[in-house]
Design a protein around this ligand. Structure first.
Ligand SMILES: CC(C)(COP(=O)(O)OP(=O)(O)OC[C@H]1O[C@@H](n2cnc3c(N)ncnc32)[C@H](O)[C@@H]1OP(=O)(O)O)[C@@H](O)C(=O)NCCC(=O)NCCS
Length: 178
């Protein structure tokens, strides 16, 4: 799977892909999304522009050909202690449940390992049991840490109820990866 760093010209399509997949607003609904918990958008062109300007982050995209339509994306954030953050892992809903997510995650891990990452950390809404199980099958384990949902920051959407939180999951990368 070929990962390509996103440029400013990709951001509108990435925002549409991510919002459709996370909020279940795509015409085809994927097997996992946040529609039952959170309304509104997961991201915006403005938020992605901020991400792109960060020196410690990379927004990677997958297409169905060199100039083809966007089929997935993932965000990686480097860290001096070798524990990189992975977020916004997204596969176009009509292509889900066919192994693309697993391959995208593996490709992102290899990309990070190639840049010196030794571990990958991520946060998942604690209610998303089937997604947490999916990450466990990919080698991620809860660290026991939790993080509060940013209720005061509308950029991440509008939660339908109180008490949402993230759990932190982590995986140690195979030193031969990358
Ligand atoms: C999470 C995501 C990237 C996975 O992509 P994908 O292409 O569907 O993943 P895969 O095809 O590799 O794996 C599908 C898995 O779901 C399982 N699955 C399929 N339908 C399911 C269902 N209804 N309930 C539970 N699991 C299901 C399959 O068994 C498979 O797991 P396995 O490979 O361990 O057997 C994708 O669903 C997505 O973009 N979701 C919306 C955005 C999101 O929530 N991202 C994660 C944020 S932390």
């Amino acid at each position: 799977m070929r990962l390509t760093p996103a440029g400013p010209e990709d951001l509108e399509a990435i925002a549409a892909l991510v919002n459709g997949a996370y909020r279940g607003t795509d015409s085809v609904r994927g097997w996992t999304n946040e529609a039952d918990y959170i309304d509104g958008s997961r991201t915006s062109v403005e938020a992605l522009q901020e991400d792109l300007s960060r020196p410690d982050g990379t927004l990677l995209t997958v297409r169905d050909g060199p100039e083809g339509r966007l089929t997935g994306c993932v965000w990686l954030e480097s860290s001096v202690d070798g524990a990189w953050y992975l977020g916004m892992l997204t596969v176009r809903p009509d292509l889900q449940a066919q192994g693309a997510g697993r391959r995208l995650l593996e490709a992102a891990e290899a990309y990070a390992a190639g840049q010196g990452a030794r571990r990958i950390r991520m946060t998942v809404v604690s209610l998303r049991e089937s997604l947490i199980a999916w990450y466990r099958r990919r080698g991620y384990e809860p660290t026991g840490e939790t993080e509060p949902f940013p209720y005061d920051d509308e950029r991440f959407g509008t939660p339908r109820f109180g008490g949402l939180e993230f759990i932190v999951m982590e995986k140690t990368l195979d030193s031969s990866a990358g």
